[in-house]
Design a protein around this ligand. Sequence first.
Ligand SMILES: [Zn+2]
Length: 108
Amino acid sequence: MSTLPVYRWRLAPDGYATRRQLRARGLRPGGQDVAAQLERPRRRGRSPLIAYLYRVDLAKPVRPMTPGRWAALDKANTARRTCPECRRDAGYVIPASLGICVPCHDTI
Ligand SMILES: [Zn+2]
């Protein structure tokens, strides 16, 4: 299905990094396509974990946060705190296990 080169976990070639590894170095993929993928085998019968690799030489520095980006982040966080049942800001991120705020969950 995929034509990307696939590497075993921890055997990635130099010059490639996951999004997380780039982030740790203050870099981001910068619009480049995924260059390769890593597969981490799991217990029998389970599909392997996949991590996508990006080329470090094409990565760009992380942009500093601007007011617009802060606002977008704030909006996203508000959405994560808003209960889909009562539409109130719960004041905390709605637990994925519940899907609704705790008071709503308790009244069901
Ligand atoms: Zn609720």
